[in-house]
Write a new protein. Sequence first.
Length: 346
Amino acid sequence: MPGTRSNARRLVLALTVGGAAAALVVQRRHLGAIARDPQYAELMRDRQGRTIEVRSADGTRLHVEASGADGTGPLVVLAHGWTERLTIWGPVIDHLSAAGVRTVAYDLRGHGRSGLAAGDDYSLPRLGEDVEAVFDAVDQTAVPTVIVGHSLGAMAVAAWAADHPVGERVHAAALVNTGLVDLLTGHLLFGEVASRFNSRLAGRMFMGVSAPLPALSSPVAHAAIRHAAFGPSADLAQIAFYERMLLETPPRVRGACGDAMAAMDLLDAAGRLEVPTLIVAGDRDRLTPPAHARRIAERLPHSAGVVVLEDTGHMSPLERPRELADELLKLLATLPSTGPRTALTK
């Protein structure tokens, strides 16, 4: 009947409009909750240190920030992870600075305020050259120095170690929430599915995707990120803070770095880390489970131990900044008071 069909169309339209209105209300409440969260405001606080502009070997511009008095106190150099930026280290830097430790943090190529890669090169060896470029620009004269990498940043540290004399630059290293080989097959989210495909194909399917992401945070994306990257005790502010970094990472950079990680085999490079090296993992890390940490530790010439943080996912710098900073301070306490064998100047 014509009347029946007309009524049905009106009902469908009403339900559609009503559903969209309800979704809009939920979205506004979600964004409002983030904006009002004092911890989110604290994470977003401007901690910008002294800016050092660095050019890597291929000409890519790297944004570097230094905190603490020049030339005094031990030094920790911080490399962030995939789809992050140096501000993820903010809470860790706060704790280290309170203990008198200088820090140098930098944005990986294509991330944050660093430039896009020259020649569109986001390979792991090139990321390793970026680590060397940062050291070339930093004053390390006569102080204990530790290089710390989180996730992709730790892979960059391993790639750097594969081609450079580590002991001439640093006294110690720390690799946080990372793996150096077989990332997909050990993945707790889709490792079983990935194992059915060629590793390169699987990498492009799951990590090398460069499709654009929505411009704004949403409850659905928030829940997905919580499940994939965080432990059970993570709060709204921590997840939203990382989500913003993820959304601001250029899709091409995200995909290219993901593809490089999926094809990576840097386990042998762990043997080139000839200084005491600490491995930190999260017991709820679905992206790089603790099995990766133990596998790396077995290859280290001088393991400083494996620390598995409880109720912690992949984002230890956000989820457990105090605990992570304390572990770095313990590592620093074991080091001699003089600097690396090669004194560097700006």
